[in-house]
Design a protein around this ligand. Structure first.
Ligand SMILES: Cc1cc2nc3c(=O)[nH]c(=O)nc-3n(C[C@H](O)[C@H](O)[C@H](O)COP(=O)(O)OP(=O)(O)OC[C@H]3O[C@@H](n4cnc5c(N)ncnc54)[C@H](O)[C@@H]3O)c2cc1C
Ligand code: SF4
Length: 487
């Protein structure tokens, strides 16, 4: 490693952020840029530990110590080449990855972990600035045509890998714009959409054909697709949200989080909606049900749209600030997370159950009835919840956003293809191959609701599985070849 004593000399430091009060006036990203020297000092904290557990922590197997070393030595081009060899889209993960790699950083055992995600973003932005990120200008060299259904990170990563291997690749997307949840789920203040556009333009220039506004199963029938393409990869996401079927669920003002976030992302992109259809929390009290990423995005969006108050409730208990034996290093810490949206202002309560939604006029939501609960282990070792007496209360609110996770992919499409599902109703696909040998699956549609980094990893792996079908290369060798192609 370049600086053997770097971890002793420099403290972890992340880029400064625009003040919360100022940044909620707009929807743009708010991290300020830092100097190369600042980033190099952060890279110098990497210790060259004997076994770098961060490799395993990262679902992509990013070769983190090597790019840290290259950054420290000011060889940014080499750092970019190392990063690009395992990660198709570091500009996405460098912004929105929860960074499981940092949870398994050896320095993190008794110090703050290396700021890996920040270094990753700095490398890829430098690479774009310097013009090192180029379209892969190779004509299709193979006869096989591959259809990819869904343009989220899994579909885009599969397309990127397959186009590099010479296949003819078409991505079908039912929505107007390309990007899946990168485009319509994650708000601009976490990931500006110009970043997605920049990558989509590169993929197009490399030969990927995108067909948006095209829903497979509706605009193009499954049999037609099967007749026109040699292989089909389903990357259609996990889109069915978990509902809360209690009294008052149909009141006006109770919305699924994704209906709210998707509409707002479209409005930020310039789309318009009839006034009566716009979901606006301006001047209203908001309750967000669900403590994950989606709930957090509802908070950031509601603050920017002028909500008067925001309360986030979670049915599970409050996580501890410290790891326990169940999430000991190098596992992902199940500790309390405070997102940038939380910092911008909201109240948070844990171990709270929603009993009913209330309306004063029988039409519009005016309040929510809540109670506290306790989780207890029963005789079979299963945790069950119990309502705590005398804790029932009514909180006035005019908007509720249901952000309680996603159950599984849309089943109609899976049925039209005649595919098997697993016991959670995700597409059953062993080694990415579904029950139909012509059809593969990857991303949230296969593994269930997950993360962008996992979607990219699955996109790479499904491409390797497809390539293995048409060549005598085994999938692990394919990965190796693709890495060489990328460097
Ligand atoms: C609000 C929200 C915030 C999130 N924030 C983060 C975060 O900060 N960090 C993180 O790592 N992860 C985050 N996630 C999770 C992450 O976005 C997903 O895990 C990831 O996008 C899954 O990628 P995917 O390609 O499998 O599916 P998706 O991104 O869901 O893409 C699937 C695509 O398939 C299209 N499609 C579906 N059916 C059809 C059809 N029949 N025909 C044509 N197209 C079709 C859909 O329109 C969609 O564009 C978040 C998720 C949500 C909902
Ligand atoms: S993709 Fe995520 S887990 Fe992997 S190195 Fe980057 S921040 Fe860490």
């Amino acid at each position: 490693m370049g600086k053997v004593t770097g971890f002793k000399e420099f403290k972890r430091s992340l880029p400064e952020r625009e003040d919360a009060a100022a940044r909620i006036q707009h929807f743009n990203e708010f991290d300020r840029g830092e100097s190369d020297e600042h980033i190099q000092k952060q890279s110098a904290r990497c210790m060259d530990c004997g076994v770098p557990f961060c490799h395993n922590g990262c679902p992509l197997g990013n070769v983190i110590p090597d790019f840290n070393d290259a950054v420290y030595k000011e060889d940014w081009k080499q750092a970019y080449e190392i990063l690009d060899s395992t990660n198709n889209f570091p500009e996405f993960t460098g912004r929105i990855c929860p960074a499981p790699c940092e949870g398994s950083c050896v320095l993190g055992i008794n110090n703050d972990p290396v700021a890996i995600e920040y270094i990753e973003k700095s490398i890829i932005e430098k690479a774009f600035e310097q013009g090192w990120v180029k379209a892969y200008q190779k004509q299709a060299t193979r006869d096989e045509k591959i259809a990819i259904v869904g343009s989220g990170p899994a579909g885009l990563a599969a397309a990127d890998q397959l186009i590099k291997l010479g296949y003819q690749v078409t991505v079908f997307e039912k929505n107007t714009r390309i990007g899946g949840l990168l485009r319509y789920g994650i708000p601009d203040f976490k990931l500006e959409k110009s970043i997605v556009d920049r990558r989509v333009a590169l993929l197009e220039a490399s030969g990927v054909t995108f067909k948006s506004n095209t829903e497979i199963g509706v605009d193009i029938q499954v049999d037609t697709l099967k007749a026109e393409f040699d292989s089909i990869i389903l990357c259609c996401g996990s889109t069915i949200p978990r509902d809360l079927n209690i009294e008052g669920r149909s009141l006006k003002g109770v919305h699924f989080a994704m209906d709210y976030l998707e509409q707002n992302n479209k409005i930020q992109a310039g789309d318009t909606f009839p006034e009566e259809q716009v979901i606006s929390p301006k001047g209203e009290d908001v309750v967000v049900i669900g403590g994950g990423d989606t709930g957090s995005d509802c908070i950031g969006t509601s603050n920017r749209l002028g909500a008067t108050s925001i309360l986030q409730i979670e049915i599970l208990g409050k996580p501890s600030n410290r790891r326990s034996h169940k999430d000991a290093w190098p596992l992902w810490p199940m500790t309390l997370k405070t997102s940038s949206s939380h910092e911008e202002g909201c109240d948070r309560e844990w171990a709270v159950m929603t009993k009913r939604f209330i309306s004063e006029d029988g039409n519009y939501l005016s309040g929510i009835e809540l109670c506290d609960i306790e989780w207890k282990e029963d005789q079979n070792g299963k945790f069950v919840m119990q309502e705590l007496p005398d804790t029932t209360r009514v909180i006035p609110c005019q908007k509720v956003f249901l952000a309680m996770g996603f159950l599984h992919p849309q089943q109609d499409l899976i049925h039209s293809f005649g595919l098997k599902v697993d016991d959670r109703k995700n597409i059953y696909a062993q080694n990415y191959q579904t029950s139909d040998p012509q059809i593969f699956a990857a991303g949230d549609a296969r593994r269930g609701q997950s993360l962008v980094v996992w979607a990219i990893a699955e996109g790479r792996e499904v491409a390797a599985a497809v390539h293995a079908k048409y060549s005598d290369v085994v999938p692990s060798k394919v990965k190796f070849e693709q890495n060489l192609l990328a460097v």
